[in-house]
Design a binder for this molecule. Sequence first.
Ligand code: SF4
Length: 173
Amino acid sequence: MNYAAVKYCDIANGLGCRSVLFVSGCRNHCEGCFQPETWDFGYGKPFDEALQQEILKSLEPDYIKGLTLLGGDPFEEENQKDLLPFIRKVKEKYPDKDIWAYTGYVFDEDLQPGGRKHTNDTDELINLIDILVDGPFVQELKDITLKFRGSSNQRVIDIKNTLEKGEIVLAME
Ligand code: SF4
């Protein structure tokens, strides 16, 4: 997997001060996408061990609330495969930090067994995530007043509560 960028102490992509990893590769190709250069799986640089260590280190301070996975799309099959071992490490080292992830795919359709982006890695990866912002960016539904998402079809899903209750629980409206 390649990555497009990493931001540290970011406050725009999840609650609190966060480390944010923008992975490369996205097949959603939403009209009006804010970073179409990241559609290319070859864009950016390799997500190598040195970068992974750098991100792990960045999460150490108490004031860093957690890690956000952005894209591109972290839920493309090949990205899930490379992210899973890394997210396992993050949760092992920092069980109290939260993980947010953004995807253009729909949680209760595409990421469920039989869904177009469900792989052998998906269930475990979802289980390690706290908040999932799902759904494609839809230009006609763009709303700049929304928190942490671009269009009103997108949802900020509380994954832990959703899995516990067996129905979608939103973390915020
Ligand atoms: S899912 Fe995100 S990165 Fe992919 S095309 Fe849509 S807005 Fe762009």
